[in-house]
Design a protein around this ligand. Sequence first.
Ligand code: AMP
Length: 275
Amino acid sequence: MRLITTKKELFDAIPRDLSIGLVPTMGALHSGHASLMKLARQENELLVASIFVNPLQFEALGDCDDYRNYPRDLDADLKLLEECGVDIVFAPSVSEMYPTGIPLVWVRTGVMGEKLEGASRPGHFDGVATVVSKLFNLVRPDRAYFGQKDAQQVAVIRRLVADLDIPVEIRAVPIIRGTDGLAESSRNQRLSPEERKNALVLSHVLNKLKARTIDIADARAELAQAAGVKLDHLEVVDPTTLEPLNDLSQPALAVAAIYVGPVRLIDNIEITNQQ
Ligand code: AMP
């Protein structure tokens, strides 16, 4: 495995005669990331993982506690990536990625990036789409892997490659959860044991929604009243367009975000037609 920190080195290191898989990450890697690496390893001859905490997708372009406190542990990440059989790790600095500072030209995600997560995090998906476009240009992968945990991100990236004719196949990978049901997330490291317990209400409520033992109003009420939790949103949407759905006879996604203390957690579940 080779660690590369500059674009020039990356360009020179990537052979053009092999199928290439790319897994973009922000580091602080866990079993969710490992599952992306595993699928990408099976499907490609060369596996590239990137580690970059992208300031553009954080509040105030990274001038915020969420960016500053984002967990970073390159040594542990490299160990996990080595175990996953990654060939090249691209871990650039902010100035390497954005040598002129905040870029002038961005990829804009429009209404799709303004709803759900984007309503609470203005500009977040424009920042994601911009950095992912740069990574696609730098690596030119045949396939890129994203976690279904960030369902809106998957939908936005699929739209990005369709709208800009980027020749890459987007592969979505199922959510990996802890044994207690909490979706794995780098942000979970910031939860105290009690906060982690409080956070479990999120997956519990989504599971009840899937089983149809509660409706969306009950689900929202349960999250709104849960101890130590602040509900941001819970919606049932079309998985491709992210438009709200009332008719649950078609495949739908229940997507939610809560705050547990200062930590923002997201989760979602597919709600299939159960006759
Ligand atoms: P991040 O480092 O949080 O930007 O995540 C990098 C990639 O890993 C994204 O495509 C995420 O959706 C994916 N990912 C993060 N957590 C999980 C999880 N629990 N299960 C599956 N994929 C995940």
